[in-house]
Write a protein that binds this ligand. Structure first.
Ligand SMILES: Cc1ncc(COP(=O)(O)O)c(C=O)c1O
Length: 426
């Protein structure tokens, strides 16, 4: 094979497992995709964005500043507004958090990448939920970082298993390689589960107990991408709420999902010790997130348009989630386990053990033949040979498909599942 002179990272990086799913959707215009993680198109804030951008560009002084480079850490006013928002969401007094620790990034995705780059070398280990966000697994794969899956229950990560995984790594002499635990804490992608505040603090406690043997801090990377898409249930604070926790919690937030995914303005809150390293690496990536788009988000926040946009958005997702739930109740056999969504974009379905959902399975092929697509659950599991990942789950998204397509898509999948589910399981 021709030597392309690629770096080890480029040679190692495989196509994201999900890219063929996107290709399939593009190749078949009639396909109903309940696989895409896109947000609801009709709810994007077109009018508000047009008005805000017009205002920003109408005033030459503001326009010039917006069309100029900004700073690496991000616009100071946007950082302050974001901080106040975070304090409000967490129910802590004003000025509990510090703007010095907050970085504006190109989506929370960039923040996840930067943090991973700053903490992990090839051969290091990151603990992840079983299942987890598959794009994060791709970041790990690309960097040659080992992902270790930790068993997940209906209320999130199993703390006993977390402890035993760490014990095992300790007994193998591998604890020094463990850098962090990655947690998608609100309406998890893919499972929809929200982790309680108590559980997050208990995780921190467990991680801390293993630090002495690791020889360095073991961080909790809390990814809160879907936090503001909550439409029912009580709100849960982030893991940042105590001063002690803020020494170990790295928090990733975003304006993508609750405002506009195309704007891709995200942010991260870092422990003091990581502010300088992550800011330096961000400097090398892009020395600052798009200044114009930061001004758009800043104006959305100060004008009240951001806040005004949220209730309608949440109502819309609530409605679409109910449509999906009703369709599942009607068309899926009762032997399929699933929970109604309280936020986010996903419902996770657990099929009877004998019904495989993977890309090569009879079910996946039958669904494709019926022009409907889901995300095979196994793509959301780390390639961790120390345990066997389930093969019978699927992620169903109510984010971007229309109400009619959600109904029809679930009906088609339900028909195929019913053919394969063991008889009498109903
Ligand atoms: C769990 C999770 N984290 C982070 C992201 C990245 O979002 P963004 O970069 O738009 O903030 C996504 C996007 O789908 C996600 O699902």
């Amino acid at each position: 094979m021709l030597n392309l002179g690629l770096s080890k990272l480029a040679e190692r990086t495989i196509d994201p497992p999900i890219s063929w799913l996107m290709k399939l959707a593009l190749e078949r215009p009639k396909l109903i995709s309940l696989a895409a993680g896109f947000t609801d198109n009709a709810s994007l804030p077109v009018g508000a964005s047009a008005e805000l951008l017009r205002d920003i560009l109408a005033e030459p002084k503001i326009a010039r500043a917006s069309l100029q480079y900004g700073s690496t850490a991000g616009d100071m006013e946007l950082r302050n507004l974001t901080l106040r928002r975070l304090e409000h969401l967490d129910g802590v007094p004003r000025k509990t958090y510090s703007a010095e620790n907050l970085l504006i990034t190109h989506g929370s995705q960039q923040f996840l990448y930067l943090v991973t780059e700053c903490l992990c070398d090839t051969g290091d280990i990151v603990l992840v939920e079983d299942p987890t966000y598959f794009v994060y697994l791709s970041i790990l794969q690309s960097h040659g970082i080992e992902a270790r899956g930790v068993k997940f229950d209906l209320d999130g990560l199993n703390l006993d298993v977390l402890e035993s995984v760490l014990e095992k790594l300790k007994s193998e002499g591998n604890l020094a390689r463990v850098k962090m635990l990655y947690l998608v804490s609100y309406f998890q992608n893919p499972s929809g589960v929200t982790t309680s505040s108590e559980k997050k603090q208990a995780m921190l406690e467990i991680l801390r107990r293993f630090e002495k043997d690791a020889g360095h801090p073991i961080y909790l990377l809390e990814d809160a991408a879907y936090r503001e898409l909550q439409f029912s249930g009580a709100s849960v604070p982030s893991a940042l709420i105590t001063a002690e926790a803020r020494k170990r919690v790295i928090y990733a937030g975003t304006y993508s999902k609750p405002f506009a995914t195309g704007v891709r303005v995200g942010y991260g809150y870092l422990p003091d010790s990581l502010v300088q390293p992550v800011t330096r690496v961000k400097g090398n990536h892009d020395f600052g997130t798009s200044h114009l788009l930061q001004q758009l988000v800043r104006a959305a926040l100060t004008s009240g348009k951001y806040e005004a946009h949220l209730p309608a958005l949440r109502e819309r997702y609530k409605h679409k989630a109910e449509i999906m739930a009703t369709a599942i109740r009607t068309h899926f056999p009762q032997s399929v386990g699933w929970e109604a969504a309280a936020g986010g974009l996903y419902i996770w379905a657990r099929l009877p053990g004998s019904v495989q959902t993977g890309p090569k399975s009879a079910l996946f092929r039958a669904c494709l033949k019926s022009d409907v697509l889901y995300v095979p659950g196994e793509l959301c599991y780390a390639p961790d040979r120390t345990r066997r990942a389930p093969q019978n789950e699927m992620r169903l998204s109510f984010g971007s498909a229309s109400e009619e397509k959600i109904r029809e898509g679930i009906k088609r999948i339900g028909k195929e599942v019913s053919k394969l589910a063991p008889k009498g399981a109903n």
